[in-house]
Design a protein around this ligand. Sequence first.
Ligand code: PLP
Length: 431
Amino acid sequence: MATTRLKTTQSEEIFAAAQKLMPGGVSSPVRAFKSVGGQPIVFDRVLGAYIWDVDGNQYTDYVGSWGPAICGHAHPEVIAALHDALEKGTSFGAPCYLENVLAQMVIDAVPSIEMVRFVNSGTEACMAVLRLMRAFTGREKAIKFEGCYHGHADMFLVKAGSGIATLGLPDSPGVPKSVTSNTLTAPFNDLEAVKVLFEQNPNEIAGVILEPVVGNAGFIPPDAGFLEGLRKLTQEHGALLVFDEVMTGFRIAYGGVQEKFGVIPDLTTLGKVIGGGLPVGAYGGRQEIMSMVAPAGNVYQAGTLSGNPLAMTAGIKTLELLQRPGTYEHLDRITKRLTEGMLEIAKETGHAACGGQISGMFGFFFNEGPVRNYEDAKKSDLSKFARFHRGMLEHGVYLAPSQFEAGFTSLAHTEADIDRTLEAARTVMSQ
Ligand SMILES: Cc1ncc(COP(=O)(O)O)c(C=O)c1O
């Protein structure tokens, strides 16, 4: 990797110390920049569309804490609400009215959700939804798609995207075969493959779980008819359809992919945006299914900090901000300007590239395209992406440090931010 022209002395010092204290120096793998190489940036503070590192460099941020920062970092109204909530204490471990408020907002927004359970992360939500799928159907197998990431629970660590793709691990040691033998996989956007799996495993498949717009293998939207086809197939085979909207919920549209595409799953998982930057996940669906969850039913799932008052407060204020007029139009407009601009510049400077966006979620690949699934995504020029990533950092733009991650914009990003980013991209791609 070319040596950076950024001043990163403090980042280097802190990261070197971190590596002796925590595996790889991080609390989550992708942050270590393994797939792009070079020095990871250690953050000091965030505000609006920007981040500042410990050496004082400023960047326009397109990671947004991996999705939650949809209103912009440290939105003053979220911070003010958190200050008020803090005065009342940090954790109750008992029912709290704020849970009702956020639950009602989620139920009103997400078409498939009639009842919801709050947890602390997307991983937890996906683990719990899997248990519920199995309990409801009395079946043990589940279908997931190659390149889709549903958190780090054993059962999902099969052909998962995100950090697994980034590190090139097809799977993880420590995951028993007996657990993953119930995980069936198919290529994304391949209905025929799903059909075959149902035929080969009659009355054994509890359900199909997917990122209805993929973000963890890079940004990959569903082909026309794919989500509808899955809805039909699951219904025909007595299986449940689960949309993992941890990334897409309240981002692709206020009601998520299910609102945008009009395909309603049986169960939905959420995370990221609904916590407004604090740790929250959730799963929900039809009352008949959700009533099986303890203590209403006997499907066990619990959490010491679940429904935490600070996390509920940040979530409520974030959703309130998103309800204001013009929010999704703004996200769509600036993100389209960004992706169209990037592709145009790639073309002008002679780089094969493809990509797209919906609302404030986007991605592009150094790849002729089209990219319809993870196999296609893997054909991208990863070393070119790594050089591009480093070049953009040097020009004050923080992109996800992997070709296999979607990017995010926020309400705080302006057209001027996008134009500066495009200018940087032109300089970097011309080099
Ligand atoms: C679609 C999807 N599901 C689940 C998860 C896991 O969520 P968490 O990292 O909060 O455990 C993620 C995280 O990126 C995700 O993108």
